[in-house]
Design a protein around this ligand. Sequence first.
Ligand code: DGT
Ligand code: MG
Ligand code: MG
Ligand code: MG
Ligand code: MG
Length: 281
Amino acid sequence: MANSKFEYVKHFEQPDNLLPNTWVVVRIDGRGFTKFASKYAFEKPNDKRALELMNAAARAVMAELPDITIAYGVSDEYSFVFHKTCSLFERRSSKLVSTIVSTFTAYYVHLWSTYFPDTPISPPLPSFDGRAVCYPTVQNLRDYMSWRQVDCHINNLYNTTFWALIQLGGIDATEAEKTLKGTYSADKNELLFSKFGINYNNEPEMNKKGSVVFRDYELVEPGTHNTTIEADNLAEPVQQSKTQSENERKRRAKARIVVEHLDIIKDDFWDRRPWLLSNKP
Ligand code: DGT
Ligand code: MG
Ligand code: MG
Ligand code: MG
Ligand code: MG
């Protein structure tokens, strides 16, 4: 485009490139999903169709953006992790966040009828907000992921007990809230079992642990490889040639993307999948 007298406005744009050599997490969250869930009569506290739709949309996002290493989802939120060496969109925060949010939302709506075949979707349509946060170390990133999974566990135990009291115990929300006030996890487990014969351990894994989406390669025997140490000890990322990183990109694009409901707080998950936090992208 030729220079024009209007072009100076370009200089009003602010750079928003994220800190280099840090793990980037983009977390998206459904806007007003309390209302949205009630509009479509999502089952309480967990609607399998709604959660699987979230997972399918996240999977599609990962397939379109091979730079994403792993994603974790619970309720109406999803966190997408970019490798610390990722250079997609020059690491511009707004480009990364808006691309993820719009790709996710588009697939959520596109896939809706697969998961809710009898309920056509109508305005107001679902939308998601998003933000990007940089984590400098593998430990920080793992703590972030653990934070989300602990949140999932605490909320799910509370919600499972809360809705059992209402749906099976016949009391109202105010009474249920009063019953649970000040209780610990052990109390809720006990209440579920003694009152309703529910063993919390037998609840669906997706509800208890949330969903982890990642590219699946060959599993590594635990104890043979320690990713945490490898990744944190090397100060600088391993420099790869153009061909190497292009091959790596192709390999990632071809890999099978899986959705699992596993513990991501303990080392085992990461030790068995060293490529996830490896120094090489
Ligand atoms: P926000 O994010 O500030 O716009 O507001 P909300 O309403 O999206 O609140 P948030 O994100 O803190 O909480 C998620 C809401 O979504 C929460 O009210 C429960 C609802 N939700 C998510 N998954 C399910 C589900 O499987 N079943 C039901 N019944 N509700 C769900
Ligand atoms: Mg919120
Ligand atoms: Mg929300
Ligand atoms: Mg939420
Ligand atoms: Mg353009």
